[in-house]
Design a protein around this ligand. Structure first.
Ligand code: ADP
Ligand code: MG
Length: 326
């Protein structure tokens, strides 16, 4: 199978929303009137983001999911994506399920594959997504990191920390019961980008980010960009692990469970802030898109992030988030 056979066979599909898809030197996108284009790239590198024997179908899903998560964080509606792929060989047994996992998620979000690049090399998957965000009265409705205000509630969607638990179990740190491990591993392999929630938060949330490198680290970007701080409630944080419960407590110390929630990584949930007056609207938005959200603390004028216990006492700990170069 040559390069162009490969592209034609797995990645060339008719487009409906884009003006031109795969096959020419450029794709052409037609944003809806009154919309800005949101753009984001994420790369998955073998040996760094995934194991050489990773399931190709899950990898296809995850490669796009982590990109859609960035669109979600901005409140953008997915439009199209490009795929730059380095592969050691044209292996149909890998390409077929990879394309299936990738394109199934793309179809679920109406996000069209419109182009890319294909080259031989160590396995590397780089996707660029394009989304639409409406302008209102000339102002962008995109959710940014910079809008958090003192007094805002702080929320997260879904569950946190399970992907980290799975990774540690794979590394031999914990021996999780098989059903718990399967649930945690599913969180690691098949993140569910919160695209509907992100869009529902436009006009409600003051600031948002997606959690890819760990809650505290990613929240830190919001705090820095907004010039504010946050207080996080440890009692609520402890309930954010999907795998929580006696079976987990029997294997993983509580303090480490908190560590997974705060510094886990690979969660692809949204963290966002909103004024107290928006509580009812946030609950309604979350219910409308069937994505649970939890209030985990509040934004403070005093900078820095503090984790406090039920009595309001600060808990000391080191919860470093993931950094490729630290
Ligand atoms: P060029 O040489 O102009 O960069 P290529 O010959 O690399 O173009 O690619 C031919 C067409 O196939 C282009 O439209 C390109 O966007 C598309 N393409 C290449 N690789 C991929 C891929 N992995 N997925 C989707 N489209 C691809
Ligand atoms: Mg060209």
């Amino acid at each position: 199978m040559g390069e162009f056979d490969l592209i034609h066979r797995y990645f060339q599909r008719p487009v409906r929303r884009a003006a031109l898809g795969v096959g020419d030197d450029c794709a052409l996108l037609q944003p809806a009137a009154g919309c800005q284009i949101a753009v984001s790239s994420d790369m998955l590198v073998q040996g760094r983001h995934f194991f050489p024997d990773a399931d190709p179908r899950q990898l296809g899903h995850k490669a796009l999911a982590v990109n859609l998560s960035d669109l979600a964080a901005c409140g953008a509606q997915p439009l199209a994506f490009t795929l730059a792929l380095a592969l050691p060989d044209a292996d149909a047994a890998w390409l077929e399920p990879f394309a299936q996992g990738l394109l199934a998620l793309a179809d679920a979000h109406g996000c069209e594959l419109v182009g890319g690049d294909t080259t031989r090399g160590p396995r590397n998957i780089c996707i660029t997504v394009f989304g639409e965000v409406p302008l209102s009265g000339g102002r962008s409705q995109a959710l940014l990191r910079s809008g958090a205000q003192p007094g805002d509630d702080l929320y997260v969607s879904g569950t946190l920390g399970d992907a980290r638990l799975a990774l540690e179990a794979i590394g031999g740190q914990w021996k999780l019961p098989p059903d718990l491990f399967a649930r945690a591993a599913a969180r690691m392999h098949r993140p569910d980008p919160r695209v509907a929630l992100g869009q529902a938060l436009r006009g409600l949330a003051h600031a948002a980010i997606d959690i890819s490198d760990g809650l505290l680290g990613d929240l830190g970007h919001v705090l820095t960009a907004s010039g504010v701080g946050a207080r996080l409630d440890a009692t609520t944080l402890a309930t954010l692990l999907m795998c929580q419960g006696p079976a987990l407590d029997a294997v993983v110390p509580k303090a480490h469970q908190l560590h997974c929630v705060l510094a886990g990584g690979d969660d692809y949930e949204l963290a966002f802030t909103a004024p107290v007056a928006a509580r009812a609207a946030i609950d309604m938005a979350a219910r409308a898109c069937q994505t649970p959200v939890r209030r985990i603390g509040s934004i403070t004028a005093e900078t820095g992030a503090k984790v406090v216990d039920g009595q309001g006492h600060a808990i000391r700990g080191r919860w470093p988030s993931f950094d490729h170069f630290s």
